[in-house]
Design a protein around this ligand. Structure first.
Ligand code: TTP
Ligand code: MN
Ligand code: MN
Ligand code: MN
Length: 368
């Protein structure tokens, strides 16, 4: 039964940045299972299998057909023996035993619970687990546990933040941030980025890039914006990281997950009345909910690199950088694209795709 024709398969490219991947995932039953394996290896910080399973999941997400038999799956890039066994199991039994085992594993469940708190990463979660802690109440009752300010706020706003945001709520946040920026910096520009720019219906936060045409002014934007949000009583939490960017120092050979731009991680108060459709997600009787918002303020000449880097998805970004390095011998990150020592300037994302010799991908085609 060859549902998946060889003609179709030959068109599946090995890098996520060469594939158009919308949010319409036709192989969710397989990618959900693979993502449990990715998460398990992420939480236990085992790099090899995490990379392999996330690449496989990303290939399956991009397929314009649903896998209904094993026929042809061996021709798919990045889909190895272990993934094929998993697909086979799911086709045959409707579930994967390895995945079921992980889902039932106490350590996995606990690390997943702990890392669902804003400010808690795999290292902290593992430290708490090894101390024998298994629940939030045990963490909060333990006199030896020191929570930082981010984690305190993570617990304080846990119910709201763990619920995620709808696209309608993201639009309401965009209106609030937009008004605030217009008030404090009328010449600044604010654009949506991250998952909502990719057209996702649901997200864990809302991401924005703020820029100004006045050189050097970008470094004062975020403090001004935060000040105004505070005045309005909308700022529940802020962690500001001033710019550590030294444009002269790049390129650096080391891959950096974090970028050097001025940025802030916020928790804002979103009023229910601002959300179109009444804001059903707002707790009754309170009239507002907490939302996570990220702002980044690059210098204007690096806007395109920032936009490409912050739009995601994370897998799309990883493959873009890998493609640049392996296939083009270039170096791409959130700040720049280098061909040997030569900086390749870009005004728009299209310029960067062109420098890399890649077909342009619209943001909604980057859901790898
Ligand atoms: P996220 O907001 O973590 O992810 P997302 O918007 O794709 O999905 P969701 O919020 O719904 O979970 O990150 C958005 C992109 O920004 C992602 O590609 C990683 C990138 N990023 C950086 O490049 N540097 C940073 O410092 C941060 C915080 C994010
Ligand atoms: Mn996001
Ligand atoms: Mn996220
Ligand atoms: Mn974010």
């Amino acid at each position: 039964l060859m549902r998946t024709g060889p003609a179709q398969q030959s068109t599946v490219c090995p890098y996520a940045c060469q594939r158009r991947t919308t949010t319409a995932n036709k192989n969710k039953r397989f990618t959900d299972a693979l993502e449990v394996l990715v998460e398990y290896h992420e939480l236990t910080e085992i790099e090899g299998p995490r990379v392999a399973y996330s690449r496989a999941a990303s290939v399956l997400k991009s397929l314009p057909w649903t896998i209904e038999s094993m026929g042809g799956t061996e021709a798919l890039p990045c889909v190895g023996e272990k993934t094929r066994t998993l697909i086979q199991e799911i086709l045959q039994y409707g579930r994967s035993f390895e995945v079921e085992k992980i889902l039932a594993d106490e350590r996995y469940q606990t690390l997943k619970l702990f890392t669902s708190v804003f400010g808690v990463g795999p290292k902290t979660a593992d430290k708490w687990y090894r101390r024998g802690l298994r629940s939030f109440s045990q963490i909060l009752a333990d006199p030896d546990v020191q929570l930082n300010r981010m984690q305190q706020n993570g617990f304080l706003h846990y119910t709201d933040l763990s619920r995620g945001l709808s696209a309608a709520e993201a639009r309401a946040v965009e209106a609030v941030v937009g008004e605030t920026v217009r008030t404090v910096a009328p010449n600044a520009r604010v654009v949506l980025t991250g998952g909502f720019r990719r057209g996702k219906e649901f997200g864990h936060d809302v991401d924005f890039i703020v820029t100004t045409a006045e050189p050097g002014r970008e470094n004062s934007l975020l403090p001004l914006i935060m000040g105004r949000l505070e005045e309005q009583g909308l700022l529940l939490f802020q962690a500001h990281h001033p710019s550590t960017l030294a444009l002269k120092k790049i390129p650096c050979r080391r891959f950096e997950a974090m970028d050097y731009y001025s940025k802030c991680f916020l928790i804002l108060k979103l009023e229910g009345s601002r959300v179109q459709g009444g804001g059903q997600a707002v707790p009754a009787g309170r009239g507002w909910r907490a939302v996570r918002v990220d702002l980044v303020a690059p210098p204007i000449e690096r806007f395109a690199f920032t936009q490409l880097g912050w739009t995601g998805s994370k897998q799309f970004e990883r493959d873009l950088r890998r493609f640049a390095r392996v296939e083009r011998n270039m170096l791409l990150d959130n700040h720049a694209l280098f061909d040997k020592a030569k900086f390749l300037a870009a005004v728009t994302e299209k310029d960067i795709f062109a420098h890399l010799g890649l077909e342009y991908m619209e943001p909604w085609q980057r859901n790898a």
